[in-house]
Design a protein around this ligand. Structure first.
Ligand SMILES: [Zn+2]
Length: 71
């Protein structure tokens, strides 16, 4: 498993749609392009919903793609 030092801190200013609480960064395992990474993803401290950042959802994480190319 790879540790990807990608911070989604900007999303901690986002509120959970269900609870209205600000999201907190939480280490989460993510499968991306066939590999498993540990990422700090913003999650709701109240209901545990993990927010998938736009960069991940749209596959625009250049850092991830770079790591995959390097292996
Ligand atoms: Zn919530």
């Amino acid at each position: 498993m790879k540790e990807l030092m990608k911070s989604f801190e900007k999303y901690t200013k986002t509120e959970c749609g269900a609870c209205g609480r600000f999201l907190e960064l939480q280490k989460t395992e993510v499968t991306y392009l066939g590999s498993v990474f540990t990422l700090e993803l913003p999650a709701c401290p109240s209901c545990g919903t993990v927010f998938v950042p736009e960069e991940l959802a749209t596959g625009k994480m250049l850092e991830v793609e770079k790591i995959l190319e390097d292996k």
